[in-house]
Design a protein around this ligand. Structure first.
Ligand code: GLA
Length: 366
C-alpha cells in the first residue's frame, strides 16, 4: 500500500497506523500486500541544523521510527519516500548530496523500502550516478532496503536501473483514477517490460483499484469491470501490486479484485516473465490486447483485454502463441475470475467482451 494516490501529502501518524491495522487484519497482508509505503509529504520543510531529514512534527509528532515500529508490529514492512534532486516532487528537501546521511537515518528508523523519485534535479548533475550513489548508500546502511527507482519513466532510466542496484524501474508518469489513465499506463508500459525480471521489476505505478473517484489522484473513477481489467493487466505484466485506495473505503467488488488469489498467483509466478504480445496479428493490437504469459510448471496465462470503447470480440489464433494447429495440441482454458473450465480449444479462441472488460485464463496444453 502507498499513501500517494488517495492522500497526496495529507498524511499523519494516525492515518498511517490505521492503514497498517487494516492491511494486517482484513486479508490484505495474508494475500501478499506486505509493505506499507509513506510517500512524499512526511518530511519537515527543511533539514535539521546538522543536515538530517526529519518528520513533520505536526503530522508525525513521534517521528518516523515510531511509525515504522507500529507498522512492523502489524507484521508489515515499512517504506518511505525521498528524491534524487535537491527537492522532492512536492517540494520537500531532497536527498541530493545527502545520500549517505539519509540512507543511514532510514536504516536506523527501520525502513525496508525506499521509493526514490526524480524531481528538481540539478542540470549539472548526472541522474544515473545519483541513483548509483543512493544505491551504494543503502548497501552501506546495514539494512536490506528494497530500492525503487521511481524516475517517472524519465529518459533511458529503465536501461540502467537494474545495473545500479534498484529493484524497481518506473515506466510511466503518474496514474490517475480513470480508465483512460489506466489504459495509457498499460499500453505505454508494454514495450518496457522486456527488462522486468527477478531482481528488478517494471513499475507502471500504483493501482487505482477501489478509489472510486475519490482522493488525490481522482479522475472520475472506474467501474468494477474496468478495475478488474486494470488489475488483470498488472498481474499479466508481473509488476508490483501497490494498492493506492483508502483502505477504509474499498467496496466489496474492489476488495474481491484486490484479493483475487488466482490473479495474484499469476503476478507472483516464480519465473516472473513479462507476457508475450503478438504484435503482428491483425487480431491483437494495443486496443484489443491479447497477452500470453509463460508460467512456471509448463502452464500459461492468456489474457484478453478490450481497451476499446466498444463492445466486441477478440480472437486469439494459437499459431500466434507458438501452438499452430499442425501441432495437434490445444489449450485447456480455466477462467481465473469465475473458476469456470471452458474446455479444450484448438487453433483459436474467441471471446466477446464489453468495452473495457477482460477475461483471463489459466491455460494448459493438451
Ligand atoms: C511523483 C511520483 C508520485 C509521487 C509524487 C510525490 O509525482 O511519480 O508517485 O511519489 O511524486 O510528490
Amino acid at each position: 500500500w502507498n499513501s500517494w494516490n488517495t492522500f497526496g501529502t495529507d498524511i499523519s501518524e494516525s492515518l498511517i497506523c490505521r492503514m497498517a491495522d487494516i492491511l494486517a487484519s482484513e486479508g490484505y497482508l495474508e494475500a501478499g500486500y506486505d509493505t506499507l509505503v509513506v510517500d512524499d509529504g512526511w518530511q519537515s520543510a527543511a533539514r535539521t541544523a546538522d543536515g538530517h531529514l526529519s518528520a513533520d512534527p505536526v503530522k508525525f509528532p513521534r517521528g518516523m521510527k515510531a511509525v515504522a515500529d507500529y507498522v512492523h508490529g502489524r507484521g508489515l514492512k515499512f517504506g518511505i519516500y525521498s528524491a534524487a534532486g535537491v527537492e522532492t516532487c512536492a517540494g520537500y528537501p531532497g536527498s541530493f548530496g545527502h545520500e549517505f546521511t539519509d540512507a543511514r537515518d532510514f536504516a536506523a528508523w527501520g525502513v525496508d523500502y525506499l521509493k526514490y523519485d526524480l524531481c528538481h534535479f540539478p542540470g549539472s548533475g548526472n541522474i544515473q550516478s545519483a541513483y548509483l550513489t543512493m544505491s551504494m548508500a543503502l548497501k552501506c546502511s546495514g539494512r536490506d532496503i528494497v530500492y525503487s527507482g521511481a524516475t517517472c519513466g524519465e529518459g533511458d532510466a529503465k536501461l540502467w536501473m537494474r545495473s545500479v542496484g534498484a529493484h524497481l524501474y518506473r515506466t510511466t508518469g503518474d496514474i490517475q483514477d480513470s480508465f483512460a489513465s489506466v489504459k495509457r499506463h498499460a499500453v505505454f508500459s508494454l514495450d518496457d517490460l522486456g527488462l522486468s525480471a527477478p531482481g528488478c521489476f517494471a513499475d507502471p505505478d500504483m493501482l487505482v483499484v477501489g478509489m472510486r473517484g475519490k482522493g488525490y489522484a481522482a479522475d472520475g473513477g472506474c467501474t468494477a469491470e474496468e478495475y478488474l481489467t486494470h488489475f488483470g493487466i498488472w498481474c499479466m505484466y508481473s509488476v508490483p501490486l501497490m494498492i493506492g485506495a483508502d483502505l477504509r473505503a474499498i467496496d466489496a467488488d474492489c476488495k474481491k479484485i484486490l484479493l483475487n488469489k488466482n490473479l495474484i498467483a499469476i503476478d507472483q509466478d516464480e519465473e516472473c516473465r513479462p507476457p508475450y504480445f503478438e504484435k503482428r496479428s491483425r487480431y491483437s493490437n494495443k486496443e484489443k490486447l491479447i497477452l500470453l504469459k509463460i508460467l512456471e510448471g509448463n502452464r500459461f496465462a492468456i489474457g484478453f483485454f478490450n481497451l476499446t470503447d466498444n463492445d466486441g470480440a477478440l480472437h486469439a489464433y494459437f499459431s500466434d502463441m507458438g501452438l499452430p494447429v499442425y501441432s495437434g495440441r490445444g489449450f485447456r482454458l480455466k477462467d481465473l475470475v469465475t473458476g469456470e473450465d471452458v474446455g479444450v480449444h484448438r487453433d483459436f479462441f474467441s471471446v466477446r467482451l464489453n468495452r473495457h472488460a477482460c477475461k483471463i485464463y489459466l491455460a494448459t496444453v493438451e
